[in-house]
Ligand binder design. Sequence first.
Ligand SMILES: Cc1cc2nc3c(=O)[nH]c(=O)nc-3n(C[C@H](O)[C@H](O)[C@H](O)COP(=O)(O)OP(=O)(O)OC[C@H]3O[C@@H](n4cnc5c(N)ncnc54)[C@H](O)[C@@H]3O)c2cc1C
Length: 451
Amino acid sequence: MPSKSLWLEERVQKFNPLRGEQAADVAVVGGGITGLTTAYLLTRAGMNVALVEAREVSSGASGHTTAHITSQHDLVYARWIKRFGMETASLYAKANESAISTIEGIIAEERIECDFTEVDSYAYTNDHARFTDILDEAQAASELGISAELKKDGDFILPYLMAVRFRNQAMFHPVKYLNGLAGAIVRGGGRIFEQSRVLHIREGQLETAEGVLRASKIIIATHLPVVNFPGWYFARVYQSRSYVLALSKAPQIDGMWDCIDKNGKTYRMYKDYLIVCGGGHKCGVQSKSSRYAELKSFCLRRIPGIRVEYSWSAQDGITIDGLPYIGQYSKKTPWLFVATGYAKWGMTQGTVAGSILASLIKKDENPYIDVFSPQRRMGLTAVSGLVSQNAATLAHLTTGFLRFGPPLCAHMKCRLVWNKDEHTWDCPCHGSRFDESGAVLEPPAIHGLKR
Ligand SMILES: Cc1cc2nc3c(=O)[nH]c(=O)nc-3n(C[C@H](O)[C@H](O)[C@H](O)COP(=O)(O)OP(=O)(O)OC[C@H]3O[C@@H](n4cnc5c(N)ncnc54)[C@H](O)[C@@H]3O)c2cc1C
């Protein structure tokens, strides 16, 4: 069965490509949750905004997500308190909690029908050795003002030994929500251009194959940023892929569930489908067997009788210290902005990014600017992450000098790896991906492969 996201069955409004010369106050590059939320908030503030998307709105990670809308991001709070201190951990918690209300507010304001449902979120373990992690997380979350409770020895369809529950979280149909945002942007006077890959960005303008957009402020919301220097984001974020199945004939479950154990999966319902996600690995790492087949047999062993209706995969960026980068692209570029590195929690973090970027452009105060600033001071964890990630990259770059073998990445000439599940060429260095014909699927690459 070819991979296809359940969410992309939803009809998406089409927009024309960028052609000729156009002008705007703000240009947003990328039509996922980050770009659309930012464009929406700026349009609402009365600014003249144009969004430029390489393919279709929602065609990136945001159309391939599992769309748990939660501030429960695995077990981060005990770790953040230890790594960054109480104040930063508390601001992270508040930013992500308030993003749930922001999404709910936009849905109400714009009357977006996207099956938004309030549910509780659970992180659970079946491993006695992880009990203290769950206890520490419940304690840390409570200290940060999140309503967190412990649950023991239960089951949702699978049994668990210990879980921490966050109340009043939510889930929705992400593409219906993003369609709603796109509609609201256009109604508010903003413009959206599709099938318009941005090929060059410089101060005051960006260029696609057929058009030029002049704007004094430019926001790069392309998932992994497409401008290499300054910023060096390709070296500060790595891409991790995960696999998703939408299953029929499964019993209904209540809430959203995230198993924190080794090879743990996440679970939620959408109508009668049970959506299971797992199998995470760094982009460009090969596997002997099909990852979809592994996930399917995992599900069949535990939930007999289920049927796979949809399967898809996607990737998301993880930064070297674990917090997203949201803000000014580099110290030297006050006209250029970025948001990336959500560690597979981009429904709330992409929304946080929208409100921070809108505040920076409007020069409004925002309590979360410093926490997520790409120019924040990096601690020891970040430095060791930087070294280990780039040591692996160096090894792949070296094989790029060999004359024969798989194609070289159009981004930085790393040797690509064939992904037999998706029939794509994937870059183990920086996460760019290309289809069989060599066309770009994922940044940071901008150009396709040379024959
Ligand atoms: C399998 C999986 C499950 C996930 N589940 C959850 C979850 O349950 N809850 C949660 O909070 N998060 C989840 N996430 C994370 C979340 O989906 C992402 O963090 C989020 O969608 C990223 O949004 P974005 O707007 O930054 O990127 P995208 O949605 O990828 O948007 C970027 C857009 O930029 C466009 N683009 C790229 N290059 C160019 C260019 N040169 N010119 C113009 N446009 C360009 C792309 O085509 C794309 O449409 C999950 C991620 C994965 C991989």
